[in-house]
Design a protein around this ligand. Structure first.
Ligand SMILES: Cc1ncc(COP(=O)(O)O)c(C=O)c1O
Length: 451
C-alpha cells in the first residue's frame, strides 16, 4: 500500500497531554518582575481561560469539541504514505513512512491548533486575534481559522519571509487578515528595532513582541501563538494519534526511528508524543530525533535557561533551550525554524534524555527535498526538508548495513509558496551559514538573571 487513509469517523476525539506520564513536570513560566510562577490572571489578557486551563492541565486527555472536529473534517484524517519510490531511489532496505499535513487548507500542520485556538477565543467573546508568522504558514493557518469563526486577524510577518513569500501574504489577506511586515512602525517594539537597525530582516522574537503589544492594547483582542506552548503541542497530537492507527491498519510494526523538524517544536511533538506514550508503556521502542537548522540551533548549541519568548521582553520567562532573545538568526529559507527558543516542555524532555537532536545546513536539506520531490512528487516546505535530510541519511545508513529499519517522519507542509527558495537552490545561489560561537555568546550574555 502507498497511501494509508482513515475514515472521517476515525478523526481523534481527544488530544494527548504527555505531562502526567513524565517523571517530573517541566519548570513553570515565571513572571519577569516577581519571578513567581505565572498564574491564570497574568495570562488572561492574552489567552482565553480554556487555553490557559489546557496549558497547565494535569489530565492525560482533553476532549476535542465537536465544532472543532467539524472543521478538522475539511482535511483530517491526513494520509500516511509509504515512500516506496524514495526507498527505491535510495536503494535502501529501510521502510520509510511520512505523515502528510500539507493537505490542510493552509498547507501545513498549523491549522490543527489554529482552529481550536480560534474556536475557544470566539466562544469566550474575543473579536480579534493578533499573531506573528515566520514562514507565513502559521499566519495563514490562523487567518483561515479566524474566517471559520468570524474573528478579525492581524498578523506580523517576519520581514525576510514577507519579502521572499509575497503570495503567503495574499493568501492571508484572502482569508480576511491584515498583514504587517515585522519590524513595523505599528508598534513601539517594532519602531524601536527599526530605529537601531532600519534594514532588520526581522525575527520571530520581534514579531511576537509586536503581536503581544497589539493584543495587550485592545479589550476584545487576544493573542495566539503557533508553537512552543503546551496547549499548542497538545493540539498537534492528532498527527501521532492518527499515525498510530495507520501503522496498525498497514500491519506495520512500530517505527524504529521518528524524525521531525523543530522550530518551536509543535509538529515534532505532535508526531512523536503518542508514540512516546507507547514507548513509556513498553509497547514500542523508537529512537526519536529532532532536526533543527544549523543557523538557529537552539537544542544543540543553545543554553537551557529562563528567557523571554520575544525580543522586547513582554512575555513571561520560559525555561527553554535558547540562543538568547536578542539572537537574530541568519535569513535561512526555513522561516518557520528561525526562532531563538524552544518549547519548554520539549526542552525539559530533552534534558530527561527522551529524544536526541541534530542540526543541518540548508543546502543539504534542499538537496534532500529535491530528491524527495523527484521520487514522491510532493514538494516539501523548507522546514520539513530538515527532517527529510535526516531520514535520507538514515536510509542510506540502512543501505550500507542492510538493516530493514522502519522510519517515520512528518511532512508537515508543502512548499508551493517557497519557489524562490527552490529557485536559489537549483541555480546554485543558495548559501549555508556558519554560526560563529561569539554570536551565541553575545546573545546569551543578555539572558535575564533568574535565581
Ligand atoms: C511547515 C512548517 N513546519 C515547521 C514549522 C516549525 O514550527 P514547529 O516546530 O512548531 O512545528 C513551521 C513554522 O512556521 C512551518 O511552517
Amino acid at each position: 500500500m502507498t497511501k494509508i487513509t482513515l475514515d472521517e469517523s476515525e478523526i481523534p476525539r481527544r488530544w494527548y497531554n504527555v505531562v502526567p506520564d513524565l517523571p517530573s513536570p517541566p519548570p513553570p513560566p515565571l513572571h519577569p518582575g516577581t519571578l513567581a510562577p505565572v498564574g491564570p490572571e497574568d495570562l488572561a489578557p492574552l489567552f482565553p481561560m480554556e487555553l490557559i486551563r489546557q496549558e497547565v492541565t494535569g489530565e492525560s486527555y482533553v476532549a476535542i469539541p465537536d465544532d472543532v472536529i467539524d472543521v478538522y473534517r475539511l482535511w483530517r484524517p491526513t494520509p500516511l504514505y509509504r515512500a516506496h519510490r524514495l526507498e527505491k531511489a535510495l536503494n535502501t532496505p529501510a521502510r520509510i513512512y511520512y505523515k502528510y499535513e500539507g493537505v490542510s487548507p493552509a498547507g501545513s500542520h498549523k491549522p490543527n491548533t489554529a482552529v481550536p485556538q480560534a474556536y475557544y477565543n470566539a466562544a469566550e467573546g474575543t473579536k480579534r486575534l493578533t499573531t506573528e508568522t515566520g514562514a507565513g504558514q502559521w499566519g495563514s493557518a490562523l487567518a483561515f481559522a479566524c474566517a471559520q469563526y468570524g474573528l478579525g486577524c492581524e498578523v506580523w510577518m517576519v520581514r525576510a519571509s514577507y519579502d521572499q513569500k509575497p503570495h503567503r501574504r495574499t493568501l492571508m489577506e484572502t482569508w480576511g487578515a491584515v498583514v504587517h511586515a515585522s519590524p513595523s512602525r505599528a508598534t513601539n517594539a517594532g519602531a524601536k528595532v527599526l530605529a537601531g537597525y532600519p534594514d532588520s530582516p526581522g525575527s520571530l522574537g520581534i514579531a511576537i513582541s509586536e503581536a503581544v503589544e497589539a493584543a495587550a492594547g485592545g479589550a476584545d483582542t487576544r493573542y495566539a501563538l503557533g508553537s512552543v506552548l503546551n496547549h499548542v503541542l497538545m493540539h498537534q497530537t492528532v498527527i501521532g494519534e492518527e499515525a498510530l492507527k495507520q501503522f496498525a491498519a498497514a500491519d506495520e510494526r512500530p517505527p524504529d526511528l521518528i524524525v521531525g523538524c523543530t522550530g518551536g517544536g509543535s509538529n515534532f511533538a505532535g508526531l512523536f508524543l503518542p508514540f512516546l506514550r507507547e514507548k513509556l508503556a513498553d509497547r514500542a521502542n523508537p529512537v526519536i530525533r529532532a532536526v533543527e537548522p544549523a543557523a538557529c540551533p537552539s537544542f544543540t548549541r543553545g543554553r537551557y535557561a529562563y528567557d523571554f519568548g520575544d525580543t522586547a521582553g513582554l512575555t513571561p520567562l520560559l525555561k527553554m533551550h535558547t540562543l538568547g532573545h536578542d539572537f537574530i538568526p541568519d535569513p535561512v529559507h526555513a522561516g518557520g525554524l528561525r526562532y531563538h527558543g524552544m518549547s519548554p516542555l520539549l526542552s525539559h524532555m530533552y534534558e530527561l534524555g527522551l529524544f536526541e537532536a541534530v542540526a543541518k545546513q540548508q543546502r543539504e536539506c534542499f538537496g534532500a527535498a529535491v530528491t524527495f520531490a523527484r521520487a514522491e512528487g510532493i514538494l516539501p516546505a523548507p522546514e520539513p526538508s530538515h527532517a527529510i535530510a535526516a531520514v535520507i541519511e538514515e536510509a542510506k545508513r540502512c543501505a550500507e548495513s542492510g538493516e530493514q529499519k522502519v522510519l517515520l517522519t512528518a511532512l508537515c507542509g508543502h512548499g508551493h509558496f517557497d519557489m524562490s527558495a527552490y529557485e536559489r537552490y537549483l541555480s546554485g545561489e543558495m548559501e549555508d551559514f556558519e554560526l560563529p560561537q561569539d554570536r551565541i555568546d553575545t546573545a546569551v550574555a543578555g539572558l535575564p538573571q533568574v535565581g
